[in-house]
Design a protein around this ligand. Structure first.
Ligand code: SAM
Ligand code: SF4
Ligand code: SF4
Length: 328
Protein backbone atom coordinates (compact mmCIF):
# COMPACT_ATOMS: atom_id res chain seq x y z
CA UNK A 1 0.00 0.00 0.00
CA UNK A 2 1.42 3.46 -0.90
CA UNK A 3 1.51 6.37 1.56
CA UNK A 4 -1.84 8.06 2.17
CA UNK A 5 -0.53 11.41 3.29
CA UNK A 6 2.19 13.80 2.18
CA UNK A 7 3.57 16.29 4.69
CA UNK A 8 4.69 19.00 2.33
CA UNK A 9 7.01 21.48 4.08
CA UNK A 10 6.77 24.53 1.83
CA UNK A 11 9.11 26.67 3.90
CA UNK A 12 10.89 26.52 7.24
CA UNK A 13 10.47 30.28 7.67
CA UNK A 14 7.97 31.46 10.23
CA UNK A 15 6.85 34.75 11.73
CA UNK A 16 6.29 33.08 15.14
CA UNK A 17 8.67 31.60 17.69
CA UNK A 18 6.76 28.95 19.61
CA UNK A 19 8.30 27.57 22.78
CA UNK A 20 7.76 23.95 21.66
CA UNK A 21 9.00 24.21 18.07
CA UNK A 22 12.42 24.99 16.61
CA UNK A 23 11.59 24.72 12.90
CA UNK A 24 12.34 28.36 11.98
CA UNK A 25 15.43 28.67 14.20
CA UNK A 26 17.07 25.27 13.78
CA UNK A 27 20.54 26.02 12.32
CA UNK A 28 20.02 23.28 9.69
CA UNK A 29 16.87 25.04 8.48
CA UNK A 30 17.71 28.72 8.41
CA UNK A 31 19.57 28.65 5.09
CA UNK A 32 17.15 26.28 3.34
CA UNK A 33 15.72 27.90 0.20
CA UNK A 34 12.24 27.23 -1.11
CA UNK A 35 11.81 25.90 -4.63
CA UNK A 36 9.63 27.51 -7.29
CA UNK A 37 6.00 26.39 -7.59
CA UNK A 38 6.57 24.42 -10.83
CA UNK A 39 8.86 21.99 -8.97
CA UNK A 40 6.18 21.49 -6.29
CA UNK A 41 3.51 20.92 -8.93
CA UNK A 42 5.72 18.26 -10.58
CA UNK A 43 6.05 16.57 -7.18
CA UNK A 44 2.28 16.73 -6.70
CA UNK A 45 1.88 14.93 -10.03
CA UNK A 46 4.32 12.27 -8.82
CA UNK A 47 2.41 11.96 -5.53
CA UNK A 48 -0.75 11.42 -7.54
CA UNK A 49 0.95 8.61 -9.51
CA UNK A 50 2.12 7.13 -6.21
CA UNK A 51 -1.44 6.99 -4.88
CA UNK A 52 -1.25 9.64 -2.13
CA UNK A 53 -4.70 11.01 -1.21
CA UNK A 54 -4.10 13.90 1.21
CA UNK A 55 -1.57 16.71 1.05
CA UNK A 56 -0.89 18.56 4.26
CA UNK A 57 0.87 21.79 3.37
CA UNK A 58 2.93 22.80 6.33
CA UNK A 59 6.09 24.49 7.49
CA UNK A 60 7.28 26.78 9.11
CA UNK A 61 4.40 29.05 8.38
CA UNK A 62 3.00 27.91 5.02
CA UNK A 63 1.45 31.34 4.37
CA UNK A 64 4.97 32.78 4.19
CA UNK A 65 5.41 30.81 0.94
CA UNK A 66 4.25 33.38 -1.57
CA UNK A 67 3.05 30.94 -4.23
CA UNK A 68 0.83 29.01 -1.83
CA UNK A 69 -2.44 29.76 -3.71
CA UNK A 70 -0.96 28.48 -7.00
CA UNK A 71 0.28 25.29 -5.36
CA UNK A 72 -3.02 24.66 -3.56
CA UNK A 73 -4.94 25.21 -6.80
CA UNK A 74 -2.72 22.61 -8.51
CA UNK A 75 -3.33 20.15 -5.67
CA UNK A 76 -7.09 20.64 -5.91
CA UNK A 77 -7.01 20.27 -9.71
CA UNK A 78 -5.20 16.95 -9.24
CA UNK A 79 -8.00 15.79 -6.94
CA UNK A 80 -6.13 15.79 -3.62
CA UNK A 81 -7.79 16.47 -0.28
CA UNK A 82 -5.89 19.53 0.95
CA UNK A 83 -5.04 20.35 4.53
CA UNK A 84 -3.40 23.52 5.80
CA UNK A 85 -2.41 24.34 9.37
CA UNK A 86 -1.36 27.92 9.90
CA UNK A 87 -1.01 30.45 12.68
CA UNK A 88 -3.83 32.68 11.46
CA UNK A 89 -1.58 35.70 11.81
CA UNK A 90 -1.11 36.09 8.03
CA UNK A 91 -4.39 34.59 6.80
CA UNK A 92 -6.32 37.90 6.53
CA UNK A 93 -3.84 39.02 3.85
CA UNK A 94 -4.37 35.89 1.72
CA UNK A 95 -7.87 34.71 2.64
CA UNK A 96 -9.53 35.65 -0.64
CA UNK A 97 -6.83 33.94 -2.71
CA UNK A 98 -7.13 30.77 -0.61
CA UNK A 99 -10.92 30.58 -0.67
CA UNK A 100 -12.16 27.15 -1.77
CA UNK A 101 -8.65 25.69 -2.07
CA UNK A 102 -8.32 24.15 1.42
CA UNK A 103 -10.52 21.25 2.51
CA UNK A 104 -9.21 21.19 6.07
CA UNK A 105 -8.24 24.68 7.20
CA UNK A 106 -6.75 24.88 10.70
CA UNK A 107 -5.64 27.80 12.84
CA UNK A 108 -3.31 27.16 15.76
CA UNK A 109 -4.51 28.62 19.03
CA UNK A 110 -4.16 27.29 22.57
CA UNK A 111 -5.26 30.21 24.76
CA UNK A 112 -7.78 33.03 25.06
CA UNK A 113 -5.28 35.26 26.81
CA UNK A 114 -3.34 37.60 24.46
CA UNK A 115 -0.41 37.78 26.90
CA UNK A 116 -0.18 33.99 27.20
CA UNK A 117 -0.39 33.79 23.41
CA UNK A 118 2.65 36.08 23.24
CA UNK A 119 4.60 33.92 25.69
CA UNK A 120 3.71 30.67 23.89
CA UNK A 121 4.10 31.81 20.30
CA UNK A 122 6.59 34.66 20.58
CA UNK A 123 4.50 37.30 18.80
CA UNK A 124 1.51 39.51 19.54
CA UNK A 125 -0.91 37.63 17.30
CA UNK A 126 -3.99 36.67 19.29
CA UNK A 127 -6.43 39.20 17.79
CA UNK A 128 -5.33 38.32 14.25
CA UNK A 129 -6.13 34.64 14.86
CA UNK A 130 -9.64 35.51 16.03
CA UNK A 131 -10.04 37.80 13.02
CA UNK A 132 -8.91 34.93 10.78
CA UNK A 133 -11.41 32.44 12.21
CA UNK A 134 -14.26 34.91 11.68
CA UNK A 135 -13.05 35.86 8.21
CA UNK A 136 -12.68 32.22 7.12
CA UNK A 137 -16.21 31.51 8.30
CA UNK A 138 -17.59 34.56 6.54
CA UNK A 139 -16.01 33.25 3.32
CA UNK A 140 -17.85 29.93 3.69
CA UNK A 141 -14.81 27.96 4.89
CA UNK A 142 -15.11 25.53 7.82
CA UNK A 143 -11.98 26.18 9.87
CA UNK A 144 -10.90 24.33 13.00
CA UNK A 145 -8.64 25.38 15.82
CA UNK A 146 -5.58 23.24 16.63
CA UNK A 147 -4.89 23.58 20.33
CA UNK A 148 -1.63 22.26 21.71
CA UNK A 149 -2.14 21.01 25.24
CA UNK A 150 0.91 21.81 27.35
CA UNK A 151 1.20 21.95 31.16
CA UNK A 152 0.95 25.75 30.72
CA UNK A 153 -1.94 25.92 28.29
CA UNK A 154 -4.18 23.29 29.90
CA UNK A 155 -5.58 25.45 32.73
CA UNK A 156 -7.01 27.89 30.16
CA UNK A 157 -8.17 25.24 27.68
CA UNK A 158 -11.80 25.12 28.82
CA UNK A 159 -12.14 28.85 28.10
CA UNK A 160 -10.71 28.29 24.63
CA UNK A 161 -13.17 25.47 23.98
CA UNK A 162 -16.05 27.76 24.99
CA UNK A 163 -14.76 30.56 22.78
CA UNK A 164 -14.46 28.10 19.87
CA UNK A 165 -18.02 26.96 20.53
CA UNK A 166 -19.26 30.55 20.34
CA UNK A 167 -17.29 31.00 17.11
CA UNK A 168 -18.82 27.77 15.76
CA UNK A 169 -15.55 25.87 15.26
CA UNK A 170 -14.09 22.52 16.28
CA UNK A 171 -11.07 22.34 18.58
CA UNK A 172 -8.55 19.69 17.56
CA UNK A 173 -6.90 19.11 20.87
CA UNK A 174 -3.50 17.41 20.91
CA UNK A 175 -0.92 16.77 23.63
CA UNK A 176 2.43 18.51 23.16
CA UNK A 177 5.04 16.01 21.95
CA UNK A 178 8.66 15.77 22.89
CA UNK A 179 10.62 17.71 20.33
CA UNK A 180 12.48 20.70 21.80
CA UNK A 181 13.03 19.33 25.31
CA UNK A 182 9.60 20.69 26.15
CA UNK A 183 7.78 19.64 29.28
CA UNK A 184 5.26 16.88 28.54
CA UNK A 185 1.85 16.26 30.12
CA UNK A 186 1.71 14.27 33.36
CA UNK A 187 -0.99 11.77 34.37
CA UNK A 188 -3.13 14.49 35.94
CA UNK A 189 -2.92 16.53 32.75
CA UNK A 190 -3.97 13.49 30.71
CA UNK A 191 -7.04 13.05 32.94
CA UNK A 192 -7.91 16.68 32.31
CA UNK A 193 -7.68 16.02 28.55
CA UNK A 194 -10.09 13.12 28.97
CA UNK A 195 -12.53 15.47 30.71
CA UNK A 196 -12.19 18.17 28.06
CA UNK A 197 -12.71 15.78 25.17
CA UNK A 198 -16.32 15.30 26.30
CA UNK A 199 -17.18 18.77 24.98
CA UNK A 200 -19.19 18.50 21.80
CA UNK A 201 -16.87 20.70 19.72
CA UNK A 202 -13.65 18.98 20.86
CA UNK A 203 -11.95 16.33 18.77
CA UNK A 204 -9.13 14.57 20.51
CA UNK A 205 -7.81 11.47 18.85
CA UNK A 206 -8.38 8.76 21.46
CA UNK A 207 -5.76 6.57 19.80
CA UNK A 208 -3.07 9.24 20.42
CA UNK A 209 -4.17 9.60 24.00
CA UNK A 210 -4.00 5.86 24.60
CA UNK A 211 -0.66 5.67 22.80
CA UNK A 212 0.67 8.56 24.89
CA UNK A 213 -0.49 6.89 28.11
CA UNK A 214 1.21 3.65 27.05
CA UNK A 215 4.57 5.37 26.59
CA UNK A 216 4.48 6.03 22.84
CA UNK A 217 6.32 4.03 20.19
CA UNK A 218 8.28 1.02 21.43
CA UNK A 219 11.32 0.15 19.34
CA UNK A 220 11.06 -3.59 20.06
CA UNK A 221 7.51 -3.61 18.66
CA UNK A 222 7.16 -0.40 16.61
CA UNK A 223 3.74 1.05 15.89
CA UNK A 224 5.18 3.79 13.71
CA UNK A 225 4.52 3.62 9.96
CA UNK A 226 6.11 6.99 9.18
CA UNK A 227 7.59 5.91 5.84
CA UNK A 228 4.87 3.47 4.81
CA UNK A 229 1.96 5.80 5.42
CA UNK A 230 3.53 9.26 5.07
CA UNK A 231 5.85 10.96 2.68
CA UNK A 232 7.76 14.02 3.85
CA UNK A 233 9.11 16.61 1.43
CA UNK A 234 11.40 19.48 2.40
CA UNK A 235 11.18 23.06 1.09
CA UNK A 236 14.41 22.54 -0.90
CA UNK A 237 13.06 19.43 -2.67
CA UNK A 238 14.32 16.44 -0.73
CA UNK A 239 12.50 13.33 0.44
CA UNK A 240 13.17 13.22 4.20
CA UNK A 241 13.58 9.85 5.92
CA UNK A 242 12.21 8.52 8.17
CA UNK A 243 10.23 11.63 9.22
CA UNK A 244 10.76 15.39 9.39
CA UNK A 245 11.36 15.52 13.13
CA UNK A 246 14.11 12.89 13.23
CA UNK A 247 15.34 12.64 9.66
CA UNK A 248 18.79 11.15 9.29
CA UNK A 249 18.70 10.83 5.51
CA UNK A 250 17.54 13.10 2.71
CA UNK A 251 17.25 12.07 -0.92
CA UNK A 252 17.28 14.74 -3.63
CA UNK A 253 14.24 14.59 -5.89
CA UNK A 254 15.17 14.68 -9.58
CA UNK A 255 13.20 16.55 -12.23
CA UNK A 256 13.75 15.66 -15.90
CA UNK A 257 11.72 17.29 -18.69
CA UNK A 258 9.09 18.47 -16.20
CA UNK A 259 8.69 15.07 -14.51
CA UNK A 260 9.54 14.44 -10.86
CA UNK A 261 10.95 11.05 -9.84
CA UNK A 262 9.43 11.26 -6.34
CA UNK A 263 7.17 8.25 -6.94
CA UNK A 264 10.08 6.12 -8.22
CA UNK A 265 12.20 7.32 -5.33
CA UNK A 266 9.66 6.10 -2.77
CA UNK A 267 9.57 2.68 -4.49
CA UNK A 268 13.40 2.51 -4.67
CA UNK A 269 15.35 -0.23 -2.90
CA UNK A 270 16.96 2.29 -0.52
CA UNK A 271 13.62 3.68 0.69
CA UNK A 272 11.96 0.28 0.93
CA UNK A 273 14.87 -1.10 2.96
CA UNK A 274 14.62 1.88 5.31
CA UNK A 275 10.87 1.40 5.52
CA UNK A 276 11.38 -2.06 7.04
CA UNK A 277 13.06 -0.38 10.03
CA UNK A 278 10.57 2.44 10.64
CA UNK A 279 10.01 3.08 14.33
CA UNK A 280 12.89 0.84 15.40
CA UNK A 281 15.79 3.29 15.67
CA UNK A 282 16.94 4.35 19.13
CA UNK A 283 15.50 7.87 18.62
CA UNK A 284 12.08 6.24 18.04
CA UNK A 285 11.81 4.94 21.60
CA UNK A 286 8.82 6.60 23.30
CA UNK A 287 8.03 8.79 20.26
CA UNK A 288 4.59 10.46 20.33
CA UNK A 289 4.97 12.83 17.40
CA UNK A 290 1.33 12.65 16.38
CA UNK A 291 1.95 14.04 12.86
CA UNK A 292 2.80 10.48 11.74
CA UNK A 293 0.52 8.36 13.88
CA UNK A 294 -2.93 9.14 12.53
CA UNK A 295 -1.90 7.39 9.32
CA UNK A 296 0.28 4.84 11.15
CA UNK A 297 -2.84 3.67 12.96
CA UNK A 298 -4.55 2.81 9.65
CA UNK A 299 -3.23 -0.76 10.03
CA UNK A 300 -3.06 -3.37 11.46
CA UNK A 301 -6.50 -3.53 13.10
CA UNK A 302 -5.40 -3.31 16.76
CA UNK A 303 -6.83 -1.12 19.55
CA UNK A 304 -5.18 2.01 18.10
CA UNK A 305 -6.76 1.28 14.73
CA UNK A 306 -10.26 1.14 16.27
CA UNK A 307 -9.80 4.16 18.52
CA UNK A 308 -8.40 6.14 15.59
CA UNK A 309 -11.29 5.05 13.36
CA UNK A 310 -13.83 6.12 16.01
CA UNK A 311 -12.15 9.50 16.52
CA UNK A 312 -11.89 10.17 12.79
CA UNK A 313 -15.59 9.31 12.34
CA UNK A 314 -16.57 11.73 15.13
CA UNK A 315 -14.33 14.39 13.59
CA UNK A 316 -15.91 13.81 10.18
CA UNK A 317 -19.43 14.13 11.61
CA UNK A 318 -18.54 17.39 13.39
CA UNK A 319 -16.94 18.77 10.20
CA UNK A 320 -20.02 17.88 8.20
CA UNK A 321 -22.28 19.57 10.74
CA UNK A 322 -20.11 22.68 10.59
CA UNK A 323 -20.16 22.67 6.78
CA UNK A 324 -23.93 22.42 6.70
CA UNK A 325 -24.23 25.40 9.04
CA UNK A 326 -21.68 27.49 7.08
CA UNK A 327 -22.90 30.47 5.02
CA UNK A 328 -22.99 29.68 1.30
C1 SAM B 1 4.56 22.79 12.91
S1 SAM B 1 3.14 23.76 12.83
C2 SAM B 1 3.13 24.28 11.14
C3 SAM B 1 2.00 25.23 10.78
C4 SAM B 1 1.99 26.60 11.42
N1 SAM B 1 3.27 27.16 11.56
C5 SAM B 1 1.26 26.55 12.74
O1 SAM B 1 1.92 26.65 13.78
O2 SAM B 1 0.05 26.43 12.70
C6 SAM B 1 1.78 22.61 12.88
C7 SAM B 1 1.15 22.41 14.23
O3 SAM B 1 2.07 21.70 15.05
C8 SAM B 1 1.95 22.18 16.38
N2 SAM B 1 3.18 21.87 17.09
C9 SAM B 1 4.41 22.36 16.90
N3 SAM B 1 5.29 21.82 17.75
C10 SAM B 1 4.59 20.95 18.52
C11 SAM B 1 4.92 20.07 19.60
N4 SAM B 1 6.16 19.99 20.08
N5 SAM B 1 3.94 19.32 20.14
C12 SAM B 1 2.67 19.38 19.67
N6 SAM B 1 2.31 20.19 18.66
C13 SAM B 1 3.25 20.97 18.09
C14 SAM B 1 1.72 23.67 16.19
O4 SAM B 1 1.16 24.29 17.32
C15 SAM B 1 0.79 23.67 15.00
O5 SAM B 1 -0.55 23.61 15.43
S1 SF4 C 1 4.09 28.91 14.22
FE1 SF4 C 1 4.25 26.74 13.65
S2 SF4 C 1 6.21 26.55 12.57
FE2 SF4 C 1 6.20 28.56 13.57
S3 SF4 C 1 7.32 28.24 15.44
FE3 SF4 C 1 5.13 27.94 15.89
S4 SF4 C 1 4.65 25.76 15.59
FE4 SF4 C 1 6.67 26.20 14.68
S1 SF4 D 1 8.84 6.65 15.72
FE1 SF4 D 1 8.79 8.86 15.66
S2 SF4 D 1 10.93 9.46 15.34
FE2 SF4 D 1 10.75 7.30 14.77
S3 SF4 D 1 10.37 7.34 12.57
FE3 SF4 D 1 8.39 7.22 13.62
S4 SF4 D 1 7.74 9.35 13.76
FE4 SF4 D 1 9.94 9.38 13.34
Amino acid sequence: MPPVLANYYLTYKCNSRCVYCDIPVNPNNVKVKEVNPQIIIENLQALKRLGVKVIDFTGGEPLVYKNLPQVLKAAKDLGFYTSLANTGTLYPYKAHQLKGLVDDLKFSLSTTDPDEYKVERGIDGYSKVIESVKLAKSLGQSPSIIATATPNSLPGMEKLIKLAYDLGVIVLLGPVFDYCDNELLNQENLQELERLMKYENVCLNEAFLEFFKNGGNQINNPRCRAISSNIVISPDDYLLLPCYHMFDEKLKIQHVNGISNLDELWHSFAVQEKRKKEGSWSFCQGCTIWCYFETSFLWPPDKYFWLNARSKTLWFKEKLKQKMLAPK
